[in-house]
Write a new protein. Structure first.
Length: 81
């Protein structure tokens, strides 16, 4: 189980680093607005929150990949009604 968790978290961590770098190279954290209201956080707080959001989304993508790799082959099964 620990190996599966690391197979999901480590690649998603690395991709989140790259995604945050690309995102915040295009957008200034001091200009962020959420729902039309200016976000009252320090730039470091916005960077941190952004990193954890990117990491969460990348982890979900990695978990979906692991799930799809482990789905049994259903081609030879007959459907009983």
């Amino acid at each position: 189980m620990a190996r599966l968790i690391m197979a999901v978290l480590w690649p998603s961590f690395l991709v989140a680093i790259v995604a945050e770098g690309f995102f915040f190279s295009l957008f200034d954290p001091r200009d962020m607005a959420l729902g039309g209201a200016h976000v009252e956080m320090s730039p470091l707080g916005i960077y941190t929150l952004g990193f954890f959001c990117f990491w969460m989304f990348c982890s979900l993508a990695s978990m979906l990949t692991c799930y799809l790799l482990n789905v049994p082959n259903d081609r030879n099964r007959r459907v009983r009604i």
